[in-house]
Ligand binder design. Structure first.
Ligand code: AMP
Ligand code: MG
Length: 342
């Protein structure tokens, strides 16, 4: 299959492909999505095939107006908490899980009785959804397990020849996937941290729980509330190792291991002190910038074929830092070295 590369003037071409059951890479403010008509199970199945995604991992349904939830009959009832959150954070990087109706194909919900819904803020994403006149199921447009794509080039690197088209809408602003919160039962619970922070969600709803799988590896035999959280994920080919400790300890540890096959995923302030290859996420403490650069940095490291080991600091869990922490700890397969104990 030849993959078309479209620009912003070709939204109608993308929409036509989607209406006809095609699969198209689309820009959103979080990461690039691999979109198909969410109400067409056959079209959605093509997404799983192109990504190599396990069929038990459900997809997020993207809409272009809060009213689309009722217009397409996606959920049984809209909880009051969803209306409140939508008022504050939609359109934007927040996904809400609610009880689904039978309109949602099994391919989308992976057999669960719930559906995840997001209203993205990216104007191109909104225009494509409106032009296709249907909600779009769209997971991140990477091969399953690899770092998510934040540019059209990243999408092509993974998907060229496997999908109908990719629409280039520039680099994604947020850079990590949406925050996922379930409103389907009991106290609202964050299943995946993203651009909308836990602190912001508590500011609106009061009580909000954070699922264990956000920070920790799931114990064997425990069912994942969010199936995506149980897989090794976001990983470059090089081995990622996280270091917990003070800034000078980090630099000393990495420099002691200097070599051609070593790279430091670091901050701007470390660049002069490190004696190995470096890739910087941005200024220390600037978590928004770290999130925006994270996946591009991880993909860039793999382009340098000599690098076998990447050393990164264990990120902070504050604000958007929690999203970076959650992705990096999975990229590292939960491997953290405590520098106070070495
Ligand atoms: P992605 O589409 O790659 O951004 O991944 C979507 C994430 O949302 C995965 O971690 C899924 O497991 C999760 N997800 C989607 N739908 C549901 C749902 N109905 N219940 C729980 N988690 C979901
Ligand atoms: Mg993904």
């Amino acid at each position: 299959m030849k993959t078309l590369v479209l620009d912003k003037t070709q939204i109608n071409v993308a929409a036509e492909l989607l209406k006809n059951g095609g699969v198209v890479g689309i820009p959103t403010e979080t990461v690039y999505g691999l979109a198909a008509d969410a109400l067409n199970g056959e079209a959605v199945a093509k997404i799983f095939k192109a990504k190599g995604r396990p069929m038990d991992n459900p997809l997020i349904v993207h809409i272009a107006d809060f009213g689309d939830i009722d217009r397409f009959g996606l959920v049984e009832t809209i909880p009051e908490s969803a209306r409140l959150l939508a008022k504050h954070f939609w359109p934007g990087p927040l996904t809400m899980i609610m009880k689904r109706t039978d309109v949602i194909p099994n391919e989308v919900s992976a057999g669960l009785d719930t559906v995840a819904i997001r209203f993205p803020s990216h104007p191109v994403a909104q225009e494509i959804i409106r032009a296709a006149n249907t909600p779009l199921a769209a997971p991140s447009a990477n091969l399953s397990g690899s770092p998510s794509p934040t540019t059209a080039r990243h999408v092509l690197n993974d998907m060229d020849g496997k999908i109908d088209a990719v629409l280039d809408g520039g680099a994604s602003e947020v850079g990590v996937e949406s925050t996922v919160i379930t409103l389907a039962a009991g106290v609202p619970r964050v299943l995946r941290p993203g651009g909308v922070t836990v602190e912001e969600l508590r500011g609106v709803l009061g009580e909000v729980e954070v699922d264990d799988a956000v920070l920790h590896q799931l114990k064997e035999g425990v069912a994942a509330a969010s199936p995506g959280m149980k897989y090794k994920h976001y990983a470059p080919k090089a081995n990622v190792i996280l270091l917990k400790g003070a800034d000078d300890e980090y630099i000393e540890y990495v420099n002691a291991r200097a070599g051609d096959d070593v790279c430091a995923l670091c901050c701007d302030e470390d660049l002069l002190s490190l004696k190995v290859k470096t890739v910087s996420l941005g200024r220390r403490g600037d978590y928004l910038t770290h999130a925006r650069h994270l996946f591009d940095c991880l993909r860039g490291i793999d382009e340098n074929k000599t690098v076998l080991t990447v050393y990164s600091r264990l990120p902070s869990t504050e604000g958007v830092g929690l999203a970076v922490y959650n992705r990096l700890i999975r990229a590292a397969g939960f491997e953290v070295i405590d520098l106070e104990k070495v």
